[in-house]
Design a protein around this ligand. Structure first.
Ligand SMILES: [Zn+2]
Length: 231
């Protein structure tokens, strides 16, 4: 770490740590074709969640949290009074998906927080990471579940009729198995102007996908400052 003449601190992230974590995460749901099957609430998703919770719990002294939609959250500098800066994505995958997609967004968010935390960089804002539930299509036929829940686009009544196309499990029960509780969905929504900025990294395969991300819509509609989609 070094300070230049402007006083800006230059920090280096740890590339090999990023690669190693991406590899570790890609083992959950790895199939015979080398692709990843890690749809919402399946065995691989449950394993990946456990892995993230243990990773974050070990890295940051503050507690990790599972919200009503079973989104995973962790944070540092929670004692700060300004609005948080949030970094995140999702770790579930499309069927036979690749190892980057949203996973790389969550791993990089982890790296950013860890780098700031380990170097004890003073921050004016709390910093948070999130991994949203069921952002990708899955056998419940519901995607962007986590980000639509926190932004208030869907509520518990929308979720009640939804069942898994193969097992028949109700999505509200699946959310519960993943640590969420749909009866608290409304209470766990983001309040207007409750974030300073949200950084979302997701490897997007088609242009259309970008317009499907409700958290971006939510920020856009509030004309959130410092909000830019980088393609
Ligand atoms: Zn994605």
């Amino acid at each position: 770490m070094a300070l230049d003449e402007t006083g800006i601190t230059h920090l280096k992230i740890n590339k090999s740590r990023i690669k190693q974590r991406l590899k570790a995460l890609s083992q959950f749901g790895l199939n015979q074709n080398g692709g990843i099957d890690r749809s919402f609430a399946g065995k691989a998703d449950a394993e990946a969640r456990k892995w993230f919770l243990s990773l974050w719990g070990g890295l940051f002294s503050q507690k990790v949290k599972i919200d009503a939609a079973a989104n995973l959250w962790a944070g540092i500098h929670d004692e700060k009074t300004l609005k948080p800066i949030v970094l995140g994505s999702h770790h579930d995958a499309v069927a036979n998906g690749g190892k980057y997609d949203g996973a790389v967004g969550v791993i990089l968010a982890t790296e950013v927080l860890q780098t700031i935390y380990d170097h004890q960089i003073p921050m004016r804002h709390p910093l948070k990471i999130v991994s949203f539930s069921a952002e990708e299509p899955n056998p419940f036929n519901v995607s962007t579940l986590g980000s639509r829940s926190v932004t208030g686009v869907i509520d518990q009544n929308d979720l009640k009729p939804i069942v898994h196309s193969e097992t028949g499990e109700r999505i509200v029960d699946a959310i519960k198995r993943m640590g969420g509780d749909v009866s608290k969905l409304e209470a766990d929504r983001l309040k207007p102007d409750s974030l300073t900025v949200f950084f979302f990294l997701n490897v997007i395969l088609s242009k259309e996908d970008i317009y499907m991300i409700p958290i971006i819509h939510w920020l856009w509609s509030r004309q959130s400052p410092a909000f830019t989609v980088i393609k």
